[in-house]
Design a protein around this ligand. Structure first.
Ligand SMILES: CSCCC(=O)/C(O)=C/O
Ligand SMILES: [Fe+2]
Length: 180
């Protein structure tokens, strides 16, 4: 079961640690969706690419593009600067869809109350981060993740760092989440 929790406010130190509140406050999947519109699906981690859930999500949502990203020192070009930009609070004009194949990491998303929720992802976790939500990504202390990326049409990975409140996708996201 995927784990998600509210992060401690004002944490310091290594971004790759868990940074729980004291006591920890976990977030279940329904609450995660209500507070952020982030969607989660479990795919068979032993054979993720042939999983029926994945096939139906790809068909229903019309993902026409897919590739793989490996985040680790040895395999990612400009590793340090990429890690830094992944961890800048940002949004995208399209959904960010990731299926973890190997390794692990944390996606942090800002909820409707502007609180950080940290989502730990491991093999078989498929996360759909809606367009217009502020979020960031970090490796955990294992320093390795390999994930599949999906997209509808030509991929656009451009991050828009906060503040990006005047962007249409941000306004649409806020109107969607406040009407749920
Ligand atoms: C495990 S995917 C790397 C992070 C990423 O691609 C991204 O866009 C983070 O916001
Ligand atoms: Fe992103």
């Amino acid at each position: 079961m995927v784990q998600a929790w509210f992060m401690m406010e004002g944490w310091s130190g290594d971004q790759r640690e868990e940074h729980h509140k004291q006591p920890p406050e976990y977030v279940d999947l329904d609450t995660l969706y209500k507070l952020s519109l982030v969607e989660y699906f479990k795919v068979n981690e032993l054979d993720p690419l042939n999983d029926k859930i994945l096939t139906s999500i790809k068909n229903e949502r019309g993902y026409t593009y897919e590739d793989e990203i490996t985040v680790c020192k040895e395999r990612l070009l400009n590793y340090e600067s990429k890690l830094k930009s992944f961890f800048e609070e940002h949004l995208h004009t399209d959904e960010e869809i990731r299926l973890v194949l190997e390794g692990s990491g944390y996606f942090d998303v800002r909820d409707i109350n502007d609180k950080w929720i940290r989502i730990k992802v491991v093999p078989g976790d498929l996360l759909i981060i809606p367009k217009g939500i502020y979020h960031r990504f970090t490796l955990d202390t294992n320093n390795f993740i390999r994930a599949k990326r999906f997209f509808v049409g030509e991929p656009i990975w451009t991050p828009y760092n906060r503040p990006a409140d005047n962007m249409d996708c941000r306004k649409e996201y806020l109107s969607l989440i406040t009407s749920c």
